[in-house]
Write a protein that binds this ligand. Structure first.
Ligand code: ADP
Ligand code: MG
Length: 1013
């Protein structure tokens, strides 16, 4: 038989084209697949000694009997005996087909193998006078093997090597298991830690556990019992069906469908609790494997009813029709007297005979108040397409929990335990509304697991679900998984071996099986039902093939437009990464890396230009990682990467990237690059490592760089250098001159097409206009003029909004001011401008509240911003903003705290002496603090320093503020006339600026009128 790769139709051998769809029939090929399996390795101890004692003929018989018994056990638990090596046995659980409980099956088998040895030894002792002892190792891990259908089922992988090592480390009669096996079966077994193993070729020790017990009938991992969330609608529907069964005295069949963990059993449990007192509820579970399991659920049900004999009698009749009849009569007679609910769990595992029996009950039960509640995964419908299509039957599909419901579940499962917000979000995001996944993820995290890991239990569930699919469907999902969580129908054709798009019917099957669903918004596109299904499908694909498929997706998308370049880059990157792990890179692989890096770099630069800093940093970082360390292309990216990191608030990484860039560029004789990186690095240093003379150093470096840019015509570099020069001038306190420099820098940046740099310079133009001599009215005008330039430049828009907000507030329009700042914040958060959010937006918000006289609100804005700048290590900006937080505390009378903060964030430590705003700001609040403590002389000295530093600048408000605060010092010193004069000077300066609100606030302050002593 040849299966059509396109539509799945079976064709006879020898056909070249599919009889159903005409697609070419590929010759049978062995596909490899990666999967996680459990390997059991068992060996007889002392068999050499045995060989010396026994005649070869007897030995052969003894070993034959032993192997026969062991194979029997392994077969019954679904293990595949891969080989006998002398008297050792190796079996794999998961080949040819994975089961979600492979690890537990292997352990059950190991336990039983040991048990079996007892009776066998009695027999051997009698016949040959010998006893055998065995050691067993069980280990779980990823292997590569031939696809299920192929004959090549040899498993290769580390897991296979570790199992025999565990076996060798075990004492006679012992079973040792590895870490992952334990994780997968943890709630059904008891273990004790054994000595760790050091294995050849492995740096770390391998953990091992001694198996002490396998608990009969236990599940591999516990289900928990958080209070029920949601599901009210579903419960009501089942309840209505029950009421109908009662009122009509007719059997009703309700089938609840849904993937593992979605809450089917839970729903049945809740219903049972609801109906207590109204009905007799009996539960039977289908088992995934075992001997004589056909009627197992009935055994449970009859046992619960205390009527085992009745079932024994029925089963003794032999023929199914007879059994069905007797079982039905048994239920009918009970359900006539009192309503009866039979819950049949997991009927996707039921033998066909049991399904026939359920249908028989549904069709033939008469005059009985019987509800049959069946629970199943969607694959039930593969076998029984017409299941539940009878009049008295209905199905109900459980959807994932809604977002709010999932949050509620997380909350109640956590109880007392703490989990940080990031981890909590991650759980909600990964679980996508599957309650079992929520439980497993939380359990893992609470036990200290890493946030990014997916518990092995979840992986096993999903992997086995995929492994059970027919090859065509599975491979289709694998190809889709390479594309991503969302994929277009068309691209699947690109990835198919025969380059044919799969038939719609095939996709429909996957939709019905709840593995994918049609995309809500895009025609002819689909989504995986769950991110983790995508991951599970992806992980099956051998890396070599992954690489080829990624490359094909990239080629398909290539040229579709600039907006796809990042995705093309991603696929090329994955194409490279998949094979880079396999061995030393060849020609193709190196080419992939380079192409990937080029695409990522180009999109990174674009992200930078549109001020999407986290994206820019991420893309540029990935691009640089793909080039060789000393590749010229990599070097050319480093300055941009450094700047993106800086603006994303990652100062340390920014510093090391820029320092590396300077060094490499100098070595390579790349003068422009070296100059560019050096300018950016010095700009960073001003913010992160203040020291005496730094301003001078930076100015010299900028001066050296400018001619290099001029000479080599690097307009963008020139713009950046001019920008830094202007910014320094501003920080020195020369706002008017700074504005000229910065305007020039902005024009250069604009000419160079560097919008990020343009925004950067204009940002400081705006800041200089707010602080400097420019009257508020005029600054407002300029903000409005600049507005059109913010088109498509979100960074500039953030700056315009926040500065306009401050200007509005200065004119007393607080509502408008707050509103603009809120807009700036929303936008800044969206594009990840962490530094601007803390040093700009939050500062402005706090400043506005202080002007509005709400110190509590000001503190609320300023405190987290200061903390954030401290975390980022942005000392320069912190030094400027911290005095305002001190102000907010002083207004509230919290002097002690204010003092502590002023010391912790002193400008003397954080900022260079040239930073006028920070130095004056810190002194003015410190003077007030000291005066309030009664240290009047020191207060006056520092207050004078503050006014002196401020007076040397053209920052009108800073000068006003220094005077106002000095006035407060004088007032407390009992010098009312001098104090009033200083206040008047402060008011005059505020008025000159046009800061009406600040002037008004001062007019009402105690220092403005001579104090009555
Ligand atoms: N609506 C719900 N509210 C709270 N917990 C739930 C809910 N649904 C399921 N759970 C929990 O999630 C886990 C998995 O549910 P279960 O009913 O066993 O899934 P299924 O039978 O579909 O595989 C159980 O621990 C169950 O208690
Ligand atoms: Mg269940």
């Amino acid at each position: 038989m040849l299966t059509c790769p396109s539509c799945g139709q079976e064709n006879s051998e020898g056909f070249r084209f599919c009889g159903a769809c005409g697609a070419a029939l590929a010759p049978a090929r062995v596909r490899e697949v990666r999967k996680t399996v459990t390997v059991l390795f068992s060996d007889v101890t002392g068999s050499t000694a045995l060989g010396e004692r026994l005649d070869p003929e007897s030995l052969r018989h003894v070993m034959g009997r032993y192997l026969e018994e062991m194979k029997d056990v392994l077969d019954r638990h679904g293990g595949t005996v891969e080989k006998f090596i002398g008297d050792a046995v190796m079996a794999v659980f998961g080949i040819p087909t994975l089961h979600e409980d492979d690890a537990l099956r292997a352990l059950r088998a190991a336990w039983e193998m040991r048990d079996r040895l007892g009776p066998l030894n009695t027999e051997l002792e009698g016949d040959f006078g010998v006893r055998l002892e065995a050691r067993i190792g069980v280990n779980t891990g990823e292997v590569v093997t031939g696809e299920a259908a192929s004959s090549d089922r040899l498993a290769t992988g580390d897991a296979v090597n570790v199992a025999p090592r565990l076996e060798q480390a075990a004492a006679p009669g012992e079973i040792l298991l590895g870490e992952q096996t334990l994780e997968l079966a943890r709630d059904a077994i008891e273990v004790a830690p054994a000595e760790q193993l050091s294995l050849k070729g492995k740096a770390d020790l391998v953990a091992a556990y001694r198996l002490l017990n396998v608990v009969e009938g236990a599940l591999a991992f516990e289900r928990l019992d958080a209070p029920l969330v949601g599901r009210q609608e579903e419960l009501a529907r089942v309840r209505r069906a029950f009421e109908q069964a009662v009122s009509e005295r007719r059997c009703r069949l309700v089938t609840v469908l849904g993937p593992p963990g979605i809450g089917k059993s839970r729903l049945a449990g809740e219903l049972g609790a609801n109906l207590r007192g109204e009905a007799n509820i009996l539960v039977g579970r289908c088992l995934p494997y075992g001997e004589g399991i056909t009627y197992w659920p009935l055994r449970e049900i009859f046992a619960a009813a205390g009527a085992e004999d009745e079932l024994e009698a029925a089963l003794a009749e032999g023929a199914p029709e007879e059994i069905f009849w007797s079982v039905r009569k048994a239920f009918e007679s009970r359900a006539r007297e009192w309503p009866l609910v039979l819950v049949l769990e997991d009927i996707h595992w039921a033998e066909p005979t049991l399904l026939d029996l359920i249908e028989h009950l549904a069709d033939w039960t008469r005059d009985a108040q019987l509800l049959l509640l069946c629970l199943a995964r969607p694959e039930l419908l593969d076998e029984r397409t017409a299941w539940a299509s009878r009049a008295n039957a209905q199905t109900l599909t459980l959807e994932p929990l809604a977002e709010g419901e999932a949050d509620e579940l997380i909350e109640s499962l956590l109880g007392e335990s703490q989990l940080d917000e990031k981890a909590r979000l991650r759980v909600a995001q990964v679980a996508e509304g599957n309650p079992l996944f929520v439980e497993q993820l939380l359990a893992m995290l609470v036990e200290g697991g890493e946030v990014d890991r997916i518990p092995a239990t979840i992986q096993a569930l999903l992997a086995s679900r995929l492994d059970g699919l027919p090859a065509v469907e599975r491979e289709l999902l694998e190809r889709a998984a390479v594309v991503g969580v969302e994929f277009e129908w068309e691209v699947l054709g690109e990835l198919a071996p025969d380059r044919h798009r799969p038939a719609g019917a095939q996709l429909a099957v996957l939709v019905r099986k709840e593995l994918i669903r049609p995309h809500e918004a895009i025609d002819d596109a689909f989504r995986f039902r769950h991110m983790l299904i995508r991951d599970a499908a992806y992980e099956r694909i051998p890396k070599q093939l992954r690489s080829e498929l990624h490359e094909r997706v990239a080629r398909w998308l290539d040229g579709k437009g600039e907006e796809f370049e990042e995705i093309v880059g991603y696929h090329l990157e994955q194409a490279y990464r998949s094979v880079a792990e396999l061995g030393p890179p060849g020609e193709r692989v190196r080419a992939l890396a380079e192409q990937a890096a080029e695409r990522l770099a180009a999109s990174g630069r674009r992200a930078h230009a549109r001020a999407d800093m986290p994206a820019a940093a991420n893309l540029l970082e990935r691009a640089t990682a793909l080039f060789a360390g000393d590749a010229p292309q990599r070097l050319s990216l480093l300055p941009s990467l450094g700047r993106a990191l800086l603006e994303a608030g990652q100062m340390e990484q920014a510093g090391s990237v820029l320092a590396e860039a300077v060094e490499r560029a100098q070595t390579a004789g790349e003068r422009v690059l070296a100059a560019d990186a050096a300018v950016s690095l010095s700009y960073l240093q001003i913010q992160t490592s203040p020291h005496e003379g730094l301003y001078g150093e930076v100015e010299r470096r900028v001066e050296e760089a400018i001619p290099v840019f001029r000479e080599l015509g690097d307009e963008a570099g020139l713009a950046r250098a001019l920008g830094v020069a202007g910014t320094l001038r501003l920080w020195r306190g020369e706002a008017a001159l700074a504005i000229e420099d910065l305007e020039r820098a902005a024009r250069s940046a604009r000419d160079a097409g560097d919008r990020a740099q343009e925004a950067d310079s204009l940002e400081y133009v705006l800041v200089a206009m707010v602080w400097g001599p420019t009257p508020v009215e005029e600054a407002m005008q300029r903000v409005k003029e600049l507005r059109p330039r913010a088109q498509g430049n979100r960074r500039l828009l953030v700056d315009l909004l926040r500065v306009q907000g401050q200007l509005e507030a200065m004119q007393g329009r607080f509502v408008a001011g707050r509103d603009l700042i809120a807009q700036a914040r929303a936008l800044g958060e969206e594009v990840g401008l962490e530094l601007t959010l803390a040093s700009g937006v939050a500062f402005q918000a706090g400043y506005v509240e202080l002007l509005a006289g709400d110190a509590v609100a000001a503190e609320r804005e300023l405190r987290p911003a200061c903390d954030a700048m401290e975390r980022m290590g942005s000392w320069g900006t912190l030094a400027s903003v911290a005095p305002w937080l001190v102000d907010a505390l002083l207004v509230q009378g919290r002097d002690q705290e204010a003092l502590r903060l002023a010391e912790r964030w002193s400008a003397a430590r954080l900022a260079p002496p040239e930073d006028a705003d920070a130095q004056a700001g810190w002194r003015r609040v410190r003077a007030k603090l000291l005066a309030r403590k009664g240290e009047l002389d020191e207060a006056e000295r520092i207050g004078r320093e503050a006014t002196a530093i401020a007076s040397a600048t053209d920052f009108l408000d800073l000068r006003a503020q220094a005077n106002a605060d000095f006035a407060e010092v004088l007032r407390l010193a009992g010098r009312p006339e001098e104090s009033a004069a200083a206040v008047q000077e402060a008011i005059r300066l505020h008025e000159e600026k046009g800061n009406i609100a600040a002037a008004a606030l001062l007019a009402h302050s105690p220092a403005s009128t001579p104090a009555a002593s």
